[in-house]
Design a protein around this ligand. Structure first.
Ligand code: NDP
Length: 618
């Protein structure tokens, strides 16, 4: 992908719109997210399996700390780092995995790579004094970077790895949170920061027979190198020789591991329900001369440019620092507007222009399939018929050529809306049984199911035993997406009711800075509790709802997926929570002004008289 505008033939918009709608309708399932199996109870082997760094059992801990951070991925690392910088010395970071990294700890499948440019995705590059090796970083480098952050912020001594939080209860008698874990720990904390990340719980297709399969199976987020051979750093999957494999799913994960599987397996069946958008990767090592020329502040500028390039094209600028498939459509829009002398345009005119450029970009992607895949029937199956960003775009140089191999079969299960069953011998799809030795589930993550399922924490109880899940039964209720009335000292990161950035790590940093500011103030005041008033929370919910921008026609036209509530009509986003409508940077301004005002408007600090807990500070 170059930075040139996309040139494709003129397009019959009405015909394409109809085709897109017909494809989405074909794929829609009335049960929406209920089609997926929760990985609990009898399926727990998919989740409990720890192929990487299993930790030995340890004695239960009774512990007193200022802050507990739940999650050791980027959200938790940044939050803990910012809290330490704000003067908080006593922290616990709890994570079920054996190290820092979050998704980059668990996802070690062959080929794992971030498809957002490393210079905008990896957080705090300037503070860390780190320059990624490549334009698009591989998972192993990102994981190592997480470890580096852990060392830089001196967080390892605070970590409780291999530990699953089971309950979070506000104990008014000591004005502390009591955190119960699967290790029998009783950790007490003034403040809790929720940093679970959006992709932490694998999901499985809700088809009968998963437990009956007699061969081997695993989810991509628990890659079994013992079975496949090879390792993360050297994915030579030699133990697959002579084996027949199936992979279910063709999302961003499958796109990256399929070429590796095909290289070693006797035969690979790829079960596809919806084809992905596949553009070229065009990775390259970081140019040291370019890196040397970067000026302080470059990463924030680049993140801003990336965010605008994929979300907004309202300003009069055609500067595209990213120049890849993510920014293609807005680049084309801005090029056209510039050529026309930047005429004033209404939102409707802009959206109409966007639709045309969207069709062009997607048509380029479909033409690419024809140019690479030799068998016309297979090529036809691999073409995505939906608008850009309906599904996560994917970038890979080896995926499409894989379908020219004689040992690879693409099985289109779109008509039946998915595979039908698992048998002891394999998979039933389109009424046919495909016998295989191993089934790999590249079936994704729980992103918008019930929060209790996603957090995996049975009990989250605030003041008076109020359950968070009940408090949010009718939707999120927060101040700035980060704190909640009746949950003193509990803070949230992620997609709730705040700004959504194109780069998730930028959002985490925005939240971490704000939370650290509030915790720092509470500690300076010696306040045991800080929480929003009921009125402030209600006012923020009103602000969010009044400003919500949700392009319903666009999302309804999309093929089902986690971005559009699996195609079930709604008036709001699901995975992104309820974003602040004016945008990420407007939200950033709002938070900054709130902090600068200095009165902590909407928050109440208090220190009830309580019995002092026995201290054993970390
Ligand atoms: P996805 O949810 O994107 O994909 C799951 C796949 O499983 C889809 O192709 C889905 O089909 C398919 N599937 C689900 N149920 C069935 C069924 N019953 N029968 C047949 N197929 C089925 O998960 P991924 O793990 O691929 O990616 C999740 C997210 O993780 C990405 O969207 C991205 O945010 C992130 N990610 C980022 C990467 C990167 O930066 N490069 C790499 C990997 C992941 P359908 O589409 O029809 O629902």
């Amino acid at each position: 992908m170059t930075c040139e505008p996309t040139l494709t033939p003129d397009i019959d918009l009405a015909a394409l719109r109809a085709k897109y709608r017909q494809q989405a309708d074909k794929r829609r399932r009335p049960e929406g997210f209920a089609q997926y199996l929760e990985v609990t109870s009898e399926l727990e082997e998919f989740l409990e399996f720890e192929p990487y760094e299993p930790l030995p059992a340890r004695a239960a801990l009774t512990d007193e700390t200022d802050v507990v951070v739940l999650g050791g991925g980027f959200a938790g690392l940044i939050a803990a780092g910012r809290l330490k910088a704000a003067g908080v010395g006593s922290i616990r970071i709890i994570d079920r995995s054996g190290d820092f990294g979050g998704v980059w700890y668990w996802n070690r499948y062959p080929g794992v790579q971030c498809d957002v440019e490393s210079y905008t995705y990896l957080p705090l590059l300037e503070e860390m004094g780190y320059m990624p090796k490549d334009r698009y970083a591989y998972g192993s480098e990102i994981f190592a970077y997480c470890q580096q952050m852990g060392r830089r912020f001196d967080l390892y001594k605070h970590a409780l790895f291999g530990t699953i939080v089971k309950s979070l209860r506000w104990d008014a008698s000591i004005a502390r949170w009591r955190i119960g874990t699967d290790q029998g720990d009783d950790v007490r904390a003034r403040y809790v920061v929720m940093a679970p990340g959006p992709l932490n719980r694998p999901k499985l297709p809700g088809v009968p027979g998963i437990k009956r399969f007699k061969g081997h199976s695993f989810h991509t987020t628990r890659w079994d190198y013992h079975y496949t051979g090879g390792s993360w750093s050297e994915p030579e999957l030699t133990r697959l020789a002579g084996k027949k494999l199936a992979i279910i799913g063709t999302g961003a994960t499958a796109i990256q591991c399929v070429p590796h599987l095909a290289k070693y397996a006797a035969h690979l069946y790829v079960f596809q329900r919806t084809p992905s958008y596949i553009d070229d990767r065009g990775n390259r090592p970081t140019d040291p001369e370019w890196a040397k020329g970067l000026r302080p502040g470059w990463q924030a500028e680049r993140m801003r440019n990336f965010h605008i390039a994929i979300n907004e094209a309202f300003d009069k600028s055609d500067v595209d620092l990213i120049c890849d498939g993510w920014s293609e459509i807005n680049r084309n829009i801005q090029t056209a507007r510039k050529a026309a002398g930047w005429p004033e345009m209404t939102l409707e005119q802009l959206m109409a222009l966007r639709e045309v450029e969207d069709y062009r970009a997607m048509e380029r992607i479909r033409q690419r399939v024809d140019a690479i895949v030799q068998d016309p029937m297979t090529a036809a199956m691999l073409k995505p018929w939906y608008r850009f960003l309906c599904k996560r775009p994917c970038f890979n140089d080896d995926y499409l050529p894989t379908f020219n191999r004689p040992n690879v079969t693409l099985v289109d299960v779109s008509q039946a809306k998915g595979i039908e069953a698992i048998t002891p011998a394999g998979i039933i799809a389109n009424g046919t049984e495909f016998e295989v030795d191993c089934i790999i589930y590249a079936s994704g993550f729980e992103t918008t199911t019930d929060l209790r399922r996603r957090y995996g924490i049975d009990i989250v109880e605030g003041r008076g035993g109020l359950s968070l899940y009940d408090h949010w039964g009718q939707g999120f209720r927060t101040l700035h997406g980060m704190s909640v009335h009746n949950f003193p000292g509990m803070f949230f990161t992620g997609y709730l009711q705040g700004g959504v950035s194109g780069s998730i790590t930028q959002m985490y940093d925005q939240q971490a800075r704000h939370i650290a500011h509030i915790v720092g103030e509470a500690m300076a005041r010696g306040a045991a509790m800080v929480e929003p008033t009921r009125e402030a929370e209600a006012a923020w919910v009103d602000t969010i709802r009044a400003n919500l921008v949700y392009d319903k026609p666009f999302w309804e036209s999309c093929t089902p997926g986690y971005n559009n509530n699996e195609g079930i009509a709604t008036n709001r986003y699901t995975i992104f929570g309820e974003p602040y409508g004016p945008g990420f940077f407007a939200f950033d301004d709002l938070l900054r002004q709130w902090r600068e005002k200095g009165d902590f408007d909407g928050l109440q600090f208090s220190s009830p008289a309580v019995a002092q807990p026995a201290a054993q500070t970390v």
